[in-house]
Design a protein around this ligand. Structure first.
Ligand SMILES: *[C@@H]1O[C@H](CO)[C@@H](O)[C@H](O)[C@H]1NC(C)=O
Ligand SMILES: *[C@@H]1O[C@H](CO)[C@@H](O)[C@H](O)[C@H]1NC(C)=O
Ligand SMILES: *[C@@H]1O[C@H](CO)[C@@H](O)[C@H](O)[C@H]1NC(C)=O
Ligand SMILES: *[C@@H]1O[C@H](CO)[C@@H](O)[C@H](O)[C@H]1NC(C)=O
Ligand SMILES: *[C@@H]1O[C@H](CO)[C@@H](O)[C@H](O)[C@H]1NC(C)=O
Ligand SMILES: *[C@@H]1O[C@H](CO)[C@@H](O)[C@H](O)[C@H]1NC(C)=O
Ligand SMILES: *[C@@H]1O[C@H](CO)[C@@H](O)[C@H](O)[C@H]1NC(C)=O
Length: 562
């Protein structure tokens, strides 16, 4: 009874301090996460071009090492943004991951990973490795030029409240990463993105920009998509307006007004607008499907009797089924919903016979599709085993999904692989791994657990009775630890009815029979309180100091940014 206020304080302090610590690993008020991989310390900085706040990566990954790129690539004329000055590389293990938390399950997200090698390791050899989103393949990271920053972007549905981005060592050099961004989209946006299909960006062009070196992104694009300026003055003429280009009802792409305010038309009005691309075969998909989204808006007030109407053709066949007339200062788009597969993609936009004006185009996005059908492990099991990993600081290969792919499943776990339902963790064997501290209640969240072996460690504290609630658990081995107290009644009952094989020998402080439990407890409890109370005072004071530190710092940051 008397301990209640202390417990309450402890909980409050713990909540406050973990809240403050976690703030760094969570999306900001726009839902953005922007990480400068390899950036040291715990303090974010504001990027001068985007005014976005970039966080160091320590709160998002627990392996790898930080490096600076080599000085010859730091030259100011390369106009490298600060996040490319350092990176994180992963010399150990096959799979290393970043975990982005506090997401909305089922929402669509834009993920963007950036890579700038900059000869950071002095080897003058760019590695090639794979990139996964959770348990699904994203891309081979194959950088063709030392001084070139590769950006990979994917639009995916995130099924859980977290998503992992994993770098896979495929034996062709040490994986590394320079930056990682996450941006939430609306559920209705990009209808081609589903639970089983993601889009990987090939190109996103802003035709006829005012300034051909300026990329449109946040804040002009509230989703921070990056639109590359594109103009070929030999064959195209720019049309532009300063007026706002309006969104329409049910706009599923929300192209930003800054992109829509400029367009191109053929310089020779009798010609067509033409562009093309070649498919990029992937190791797991030699002929990937493509989705193209073309954005149109009329930017000129047309004289009476003037008509601008055009066909959009792919490989000499109508791609959009009728003539298209862009609306004055309103967004319009033509796009395919089902991925198309060809050996080459020739787009030609030509005026219809009724049209008195040449065709125009304001912007285009081209994506290839990836499959996201591989199911990750049951989300509650993943959260529980990640908490167990953190609690006991388990090293091993505990990165990414615990069960998938099977070749990278976590050592010491056994998973049940069902065909239609998410995979479950069935057995945990952490015997002889140097575990210390108490038995965490996270084990109780592994609801499909059948076998738990924590024998021959340095575990202390009492045995949680809640373990008896795990319906499938048939074997528990806690022998060879420093556990204390009595065997909880729930576990005893299951041992007695024969549904549980329970081993706890070689725990000197466990009292197996009621008799041996009677004499000791009082003294033990008192001793425990004497130790715990000063400890609590320390914990509370440290937590308060942390809270005050963060409050002060947040105020300072608030002042700095206003
Ligand atoms: C990277 O460079 C910064 C200064 O630009 C320096 O403070 C830091 O120690 C360097 N880090 C490494 C890992 O060399
Ligand atoms: C799904 O998992 C299988 C087996 O691990 C793997 O071979 C395949 O590449 C994965 N599919 C995707 C789209 O990542
Ligand atoms: C990497 O890119 C180079 C040059 O484009 C190509 O020749 C090579 O096959 C690619 N490697 C992989 C593994 O994709
Ligand atoms: C695309 O255009 C090129 C060059 O104009 C031509 O050689 C090629 O046959 C075209 N491909 C298709 C599939 O139409
Ligand atoms: C424009 O393209 C369509 C569809 O490919 C074609 O039928 C038509 O002849 C073309 N029109 C002109 C004026 O080139
Ligand atoms: C061109 O105009 C005629 C007459 O107004 C109309 O019947 C025809 O459908 C129009 N063609 C297109 C492609 O819109
Ligand atoms: C638990 O692990 C220990 C050490 O690896 C092993 O000797 C023991 O048989 C295991 N217990 C059970 C019940 O499997």
């Amino acid at each position: 009874m008397a301990t209640t206020p202390w417990l309450l304080l402890l909980c409050l302090a713990a909540a406050a301090s973990s809240g403050a610590l976690q703030a760094r690993a969570q999306p900001d008020n726009k839902g953005f996460i922007s990480i400068d991989c390899g950036f040291p310390g715990t303090t974010s900085y504001i990027d001068s071009t985007t005014e976005l706040s970039y966080a160091p990566d320590a709160a998002f990954t627990d392996t790898g090492s930080s490096h600076n790129i080599s000085v010859e690539y730091m030259k100011p004329q390369l106009l490298l943004s600060k996040r490319y000055h350092d990176l994180r590389s992963f010399p150990d293990g096959t799979r290393n991951c970043y975990t982005l938390r506090s997401l909305v399950p089922g929402l669509k997200y834009l993920l963007r990973a950036t890579f700038f090698y900059g000869n950071y390791d002095g080897l003058d050899r760019i590695p090639i490795f794979d990139l996964h989103i959770g348990v699904n393949f994203w891309r081979v990271v194959n950088i063709t030029n030392m001084g070139y920053a590769l950006q990979l972007e994917a639009l995916v549905v995130v099924p859980d409240d977290f998503v992992q981005v994993c770098l896979i060592n495929t034996g062709a050099g040490t994986p590394f990463i320079s930056g990682l961004d996450l941006r939430p989209l609306k559920k209705t946006m990009y209808p081609q993105v589903t639970a089983t299909q993601g889009l990987v960006l090939m190109t996103r062009l802003n035709f006829g920009p005012r300034d051909d070196s300026t990329f449109v992104r946040y804040p002009d694009d509230p989703y921070d998509r990056i639109w590359t300026p594109w103009i070929n003055t030999k064959i195209w003429t720019v049309i532009s307006t300063k007026k706002r280009v309006q969104s329409i009802d049910n706009d599923v792409f929300e192209a930003p007004t800054a992109v829509m305010q400029t367009a191109i038309r053929p310089r020779d009005v009798t010609k067509n607008i033409e562009f093309s691309w070649d498919p990029e075969p992937q190791p797991n998909d030699p002929s990937p499907g493509y989705i193209a989204i073309m954005h149109f808006s009329e930017l000129q007030i047309l004289p009476i009797n003037a008509v601008r109407q055009f066909y959009v053709n792919l490989n000499s066949e109508l791609w959009y089924p009728s003539g298209f007339t862009p609306t004055y200062l309103y967004i319009g788009a033509t796009y395919n919903n089902l991925p198309s597969r060809h050996n080459r993609y020739n787009v030609s936009i030509n005026a219809t016979s009724n049209s008195t004006l040449p065709p125009i185009i304001n912007g285009v996005e081209i994506f290839s599709v990836i499959s996201t059908t591989n199911l990750s492990t049951y989300s509650q099991d993943v959260s529980a085993i990640m908490a167990i990993k953190t609690k006991y600081q388990v090293q091993k290969n505990w990165m990414g999904d615990p069960c998938i792919p099977k070749t990278m499943a976590w050592e010491r776990l056994t998973c049940g692989y069902e065909v239609t339902t998410p995979h479950r963790i069935k057995a945990v064997d952490l015997s002889v791994t140097g575990l210390s501290g108490d038995i965490t209640s996270s084990f109780i969240n592994l609801k499909a657990l059948q076998y738990l072996n924590l024998s021959n460690n340095k575990l202390t504290g009492s045995i949680p009775d809640a373990l008896s609630q795990l319906p499938s658990l048939t074997i528990i081995d806690l022998s060879g630890n420093q556990l204390s107290g009595s065997i909880p009644p729930g576990l005893l009952k299951r041992v007695q009815d024969g549904s549980l094989n329970f081993r706890y020998e070689n725990n000197p402080n466990i009292c197996a029979s009621d008799n041996s439990c009677q004499s000791a407890p009082k003294r033990n409890n008192k001793l425990a309180i004497y130790i715990v109370v000063p400890l609590l005072v320390v914990v509370v004071m440290v937590s308060l100091a942390i809270v005050i530190f963060f409050l002060v710092r947040r105020r300072q940051q608030g002042e700095a940014s206003t």
